[in-house]
Each structure stands twice: as structure tokens, then as C-alpha cells.
Design a protein around this ligand. Sequence first.
Ligand SMILES: [Zn+2]
Length: 270
Amino acid sequence: MRFVYPQGRKKALTFSYDDGQKYDRRLVEIFDRYGVKGTFHLNSGSLAKDENSIYVTAAEVKDLYRGHEVAVHGVQHRNLPTLSRQQQVTEVLEDRKALESLTGDLVFGMSYAFGSYSPQIMETLRTLGIHYSRTVNSTGGFFPPADFLAWHPTCHHGDARLTELGEGFLHVADYIELPLMYVWGHSYEFGQSDSWQVIEDFAARMSGRQEIWYATNGEICGYITAVRSLEYSADGYTVWNPTAVSVWARTDDGSLLEIRPGERKKLGEH
Ligand SMILES: [Zn+2]
């Protein structure tokens, strides 16, 4: 048995964009047009009061990012390793509170400002209810992260290998379970150099494929965490799903298996 994404989809594609500048408006429009999904990491302390700012306004956060995910990037975009523990907590928790208030939703996600983090910071985030945080260390690969609090992306959108990696992902090797392509950046990089064609072309190439789950960072983290939370009998023939998420697998004979929340399933006999 091998795990697959919801409804049997083979792979997942996600995007992650930081800082909440006004160019997010056009990026969301492109994502929506191609049916792909992303997570937008915002600094609540930078959100604008009126539309003359380079930042999106606090008032538009809920509607602008609808269908995507809003996540933490620190109230003031401070460099966490340089702060006291108390300042780290304020930077993360106050951002989480502000974004939850603006979206009316729960916020569990984050990306590290400047890509800076440490084992101590990861531990602090666990305490603050943050489930994942993205680094800026490109892997060029498609494996899900070992630890979601050091979630290394596949590549930045400006990576010279973007097209090649996209093609590699469309033909990803079968030995990778739950393959994932994760692209990150800042929308102002498209806006300031008018290079929107980069993301238009990539989204167009990757869109509309039955085998791909187009999901936010948080949806993917939640799903893979559920897969990893399954409990097995000592003989391995019974599985129990203690989570609130349906988990999907493909059996050796090719049939699709759904293990529903709370369900206990026989996988075979001795
Ligand atoms: Zn940033």
C-alpha cells in the first residue's frame, strides 16, 4: 500500500508568497485563472490602511486571499534569531492573532522572515501552535519535508531550473511517495521587473491536470501530518486514523482506499 493525495491524486503543487505587497492582487488573479493555490505570508504590522501603499490593506485581506491561505511572516518582518525569546513570541503570536482576526479563520502556517531560523525557534513555534514554516533553502527535489517547521521549498520562481523542475515534476519517479513541488517568492519580483510571464507560463503548464492536487501549504501540511499520524496494530494489518482528515492509499492491486477520520481498517490477513 502506498499513500496518495486526496481522491487518489498522485502529486501536489503549492506556492508560497511573502510580504503582502500590492502585487499579490495580480498574482492571486493569475493563480485563480489557472486553478492553482498558494499561501500568502503576511506581516500584519505592514498592512496598509488605504490603497496608496505598496502593501495590501488590512481591510482587503479576507476577500483578496479567499480560496488561498493566509499565514504568519512576523508582525514586523524581524529576523528571529537576533531577538530575545520574548520578542520572538510577540513577533509570531501577535501576527497570528492579527491575521486570525482579519480572516476570521485559524492560522497555523508561517514562513521565516529572511529565511532565518534555528532549532530553538522551531521549538518555540511548536509552543505557539505553528504547524509549519518555510525556509528559503531550495532542494530542487520533490520529497515532502522531514519536519514541517523546516519546510524547504523545491525552488524560488526565479530559479533558472524552474521550467526543467516543472517538467521533472510532471514525470516524477514512482519511488517518491507523496511527491510535492513547492515554489516560493515575492509578488513584487514580478511587479517591479514586469516579469509576470514567468509565473503565467509556469502556472499554465502545470494547471488542469487530474493527477495533481492544487493545494495551499496548510492543506498539504495537514494531509501529510494525518498520514504520519496513522496508528497501526503490532502485526501491521490494522490501521486506525485518529485524525479529522481522510487519508488515501493505493493498494497493490491498484484500488483506492480511503481511511476516514476515526476509522479502523483491516489491511490484510496473516
Ligand atoms: Zn519576507
